[in-house]
Write a protein that binds this ligand. Sequence first.
Ligand SMILES: *[C@@H]1O[C@H](CO)[C@@H](O)[C@H](O)[C@H]1NC(C)=O
Ligand SMILES: *[C@@H]1O[C@H](CO)[C@@H](O)[C@H](O)[C@H]1NC(C)=O
Length: 407
Amino acid sequence: MASSVLRALILVIALSLFISSAECLTGDSIIEHSQSVDGGLCFNLIRPCGYNCLEHTAQTNDGFLLGLQRVSSGILNLEIQTSPPVLLLHGLFMGGDAWFMNSPNQSLGFILADRGFDVWVGNVRGTKWSHGHQSLSEGDKEFWDWSWEEMALYDLETMLSYINSKTSSKVFVVGHSQGTIMSLAAFTEPNVVNMVEAAALLSPISYLDHITSKFVLNLVHMYLDEALGLLGMHQLNLKSDILINMIESACDNGNLDCSDMLASITGENCCFNSSRVDVYLEYEPHPSSVKNLKHLFQMIRKGTFARYDYGTIKNLLQYGKLKPPTFDLSKIPKSLPIWMAYGGNDALGDVIDVQHTLKELKSKPNVLFLEDYGHVDFLLSTRAYEDLYENMINFFRSCGNGMSSSF
Ligand SMILES: *[C@@H]1O[C@H](CO)[C@@H](O)[C@H](O)[C@H]1NC(C)=O
Ligand SMILES: *[C@@H]1O[C@H](CO)[C@@H](O)[C@H](O)[C@H]1NC(C)=O
């Protein structure tokens, strides 16, 4: 008798050891990942919380294999989804995991699934949950030869076409930060915006010349982007030693107090849960390209929302013009419903730059201003549901024409 109880106990412990490499990272059930994070985003982060999740791969016209995850609440069948699709576009140095890192009632990915949305999680080129390139490998410098411009013109178009073909439905788009840069650029293209039902932009960015982030401005003045290019770097991996050293020297030389690193980059976040930093760092930061950083720094230096600037001679070859063509926000159709949320403490999405974007749009977006929100709050605030997401979901409901009102 006792020995069979013991045997059952050993079996349970053995099983839980096998299974414990993936855990729902919520509430008090955080268990350290004893193994490296692979097996996909569904396996690692979403299914352990009791949600349906399937991995998809979509190939861009320039050969990148993007990972997409389709998520629904555990009570719905993914194969017979009829609810409206929504695509989540993460920010710079993040991946699709960004939408699932707090508890299910705080994280947008889970909340939308619980509200019955057909949730599609985007992962741009170069990030961990994307699947590389058809012919190039990460060691090739050509693999990293892109910026947010290609994410807008290739990745977003590919994700939307893919979702469109699977659901025969227009798609709600939610972007945060870089996810809004690529959205706003891509929406100026009729073939892309035609696939979009409505857009919700968290910390919307198209102009960057008023950023107040001391940390980023320091790197801009140091010409970090050029320095990395001179060092022959193409991939931008914030976990690499060389970058950690450079960042430390920026903190020392710039008389910058980097003790509160996050706030000096993003602005003071009202509702950041610092007891979850270990969880966040398990997934972030994801890699990006040096060219992407250069492009972002060009926006900061020049105050333009334009294609990548190669310098006059190469611009002539590339664009037939001395200067790179701009993305004209007034080309975004007035008929596209847009909702935006921006914050008074956001050091990257500055209020003046947001006003600039609003002025150039033909439409009048629904706007939510949160005085005490910093850049990361729009993603990770412990109060995000009450402050933001409820409002966003009501907006989506109000513009879904002919859709089931059950979400
Ligand atoms: C959110 O979920 C946590 C556990 O994940 C629970 O303790 C908390 O009460 C929930 N809050 C609300 C407002 O539902
Ligand atoms: C902050 O994170 C800790 C650890 O995951 C969690 O126990 C706590 O409930 C979170 N706090 C809030 C306000 O969500």
